[in-house]
Design a protein around this ligand. Structure first.
Ligand code: GUN
Length: 290
């Protein structure tokens, strides 16, 4: 069993990006600039945004965090989006989700200039992905493909089972894995909360991407020998064994599943660090396109 080290691979990609930034600087170019908009103070969102800003600083990107209180109105946020669309200094930006309930995610995401949508969430960018045109790929699926690629995991003709159909992970992942390309070309099954007898599908999987948001959902009896397991879940559970009083677990029951796998991603340190790297890659792409 090989443990897929997302921390190591993300450090490698960040190093490559840092070298590209150095070259841009040497040539007198403009360094890529990412803006992260955070509304309210959801603790998980605060952690994610802080990690994104830190990663930008590490590789020499310019980054700006824009924070607003949870009671800002939808129109006020739309004004922020409009000003970011018009600001030539900003190459790409993200509006961290979830937004407060009184603000429509859809309305805000639709207002983002697709050329600056480095999350790849705008329907224009998702549509380009579906037809195989160059675009910003959603960060988590793109990060997973990068891991498969760097570990040289065979995907052609394999059966990839994706569990979860969210707009930001499961659905785009299923599309990416079915594309005709070197690190895809799979037969894909998309399972979700309404799938009956899900074990019938997971037992057929050569590659399993688990992104349904249920702690320890996938157990050893649900997988065949030598499966590749990618765990997208991340859950905080209480623990008296750590200083912080909690530990992170995924959607996969790692202890029982890992011994059956050819490759598996751990939580933490698997998919998570790759998500940020994809965002940085998209931001570089945004600045190069300009
Ligand atoms: N919330 C959870 N993941 C993400 C992400 O990748 N981008 C944004 N904007 N919000 C998120």
């Amino acid at each position: 069993m090989v443990l897929i080290d997302g921390k190591k691979i993300s450090a490698e990609v960040k190093q490559e990006l840092a070298e590209k930034v150095l070259k841009i600087k040497e040539n007198g170019g403009k360094v890529p600039h990412l803006v992260a908009v955070l509304v309210g103070n959801d603790p998980a969102s605060e952690t994610y945004v802080a990690a994104k800003v830190k990663a930008c600083n590490e590789i020499g990107f310019k980054s700006t965090e824009m924070r607003y209180s949870a009671d800002m109105t939808e129109n006020e946020l739309l004004e922020v989006v409009k000003s970011l669309n018009e600001d030539d200094d900003v190459d790409g930006y993200i509006v961290q989700l979830p937004l407060p309930k009184h603000i429509s995610d859809e309305k805000i995401l639709m207002a983002i200039d697709p050329d600056k949508d480095v999350d790849g969430f705008h329907p224009c960018n998702l549509g380009k992905m579906v037809v195989g045109m160059p675009t910003y790929l959603p960060a988590t699926p793109a990060g997973i493909v990068e891991l498969l690629k760097r570990y040289k995991i065979e995907t052609k003709g394999k059966h990839c089972v994706v569990i979860g159909r969210s707009n930001i992970v499961g659905t785009p992942m299923s599309i990416l894995m079915s594309r005709k390309s070197e690190y895809a070309d799979c037969t894909v099954t998309l399972c979700h909360s309404r799938t009956k007898n899900i074990k019938d599908f997971t037992l057929q999987a050569d590659i399993l991407v688990v992104a349904l948001g249920v702690p320890h959902f996938l157990t050893a009896d649900m997988v065949k020998d030598d499966v590749v397991v990618v765990d997208v879940g991340i859950h905080r559970i209480a623990s008296d064994k750590t200083k912080s009083g909690f530990r992170l677990i995924g959607d996969v029951d790692f202890e029982s599943v890992a011994p059956k796998c050819s490759y598996i991603t751990p939580v933490p340190g698997g998919v998570g660090p790759m998500t940020i790297v994809s965002l940085l890659q998209n931001t570089l792409l945004a600045s190069e396109r300009k």
